[in-house]
Design a binder for this molecule. Structure first.
Ligand SMILES: N[C@@H](CCC(=O)N[C@@H](CS)C(=O)NCC(=O)O)C(=O)O
Length: 241
């Protein structure tokens, strides 16, 4: 059996396994695949092989990027979670992944760092979860905020205005809700890593302990919220109840 160490950010807010949808998705995947693993908390992802969290150590080899890690584990261990998807479903899933991880994710980032109502609550939350002293936290947060603003400018979100940005996310959420429909999972009766991805994004939005436009838009899609709770019960029973 492979020895796996998962490196990820501290837990929270509240009982959310991680505020990072990538960390939460990967941990959910490891649990769905029944792969034993050790979790190590990091604060500085620059130490990882791609400068981002999460990353893993697989039998001593450090591997970056949740997408590539899941593809590698699926390949090496015989498609434990996604192996039953058809080629057409897999192709569709790639498009959903891009919608969530390359578009909706950045609007989640926007809601925390650039939304003037979100940032004070988020920085309080970060201070609490990360546990750094207040003065240091203010300086660090200001530095991160500058970097995030630069990233969001690169993605074309920065100058659009809050209403337009949340309007784009509302369309993403409506598309995901239409895809999920009444089904328990995105591709039928069995969850895949794409369900872990969806649940991690919805959790990252609805579990933030303040009200904001993106959260209102997500809460309005009842089937997405139910799916998130279903996935939490299935993958993270130790974090619920
Ligand atoms: N494509 C990567 C994305 C990972 C990612 O963007 N992680 C964020 C946290 S949600 C991160 O480490 N950000 C810190 C930074 O950019 O310095 C994956 O799937 O793992």
């Amino acid at each position: 059996m492979a020895h796996i160490v998962l490196y990820q950010f501290p837990r929270g807010p509240g009982r959310l396994p991680s505020a990072s949808p990538f960390c939460m998705k990967l941990e959910a995947y490891l649990r769905m695949a029944g792969l034993e693993h050790e979790v190590k908390t990091i604060l500085n992802p620059a130490k990882g092989p791609a400068g981002k969290a999460p990353f893993i150590e697989l039998d001593g080899e450090r591997l970056p990027d949740s997408r590539l890690i899941i593809l590698r584990l699926e390949r090496d261990l015989g498609g434990r979670v996604d192996g039953w998807l058809t080629d057409a479903e897999r192709a569709e899933a790639v498009a959903w992944q891009r919608l969530m991880e390359e578009h909706l994710y950045w609007i989640i980032v926007y809601s925390r760092w650039l939304d003037p109502d979100g940032y004070p609550a988020w920085s309080r939350e970060m201070g609490r979860t990360v546990g750094v002293p207040r003065a240091l936290s203010a300086a660090l947060m200001a530095m991160f905020k500058r970097r995030v603003a630069r990233d969001l400018r690169g993605h074309g979100f920065k100058g659009l205005g809050r209403q337009a940005v949340y309007g784009l996310a509302t369309a993403d959420l409506a598309a995901l809700a239409a895809k999920l429909g009444d089904g328990p999972y995105l591709f039928g009766d069995r969850p895949t890593s794409f369900d872990a991805m969806l649940a991690a994004h919805i959790g990252s939005i609805v579990e933030m302990p303040w009200d904001y436009g993106l959260k209102t838009a997500a809460m309005a899609q009842a089937n997405l919220v139910d799916h998130y709770r279903r996935m939490m019960t299935a993958c993270f029973p130790d974090f619920t109840g």
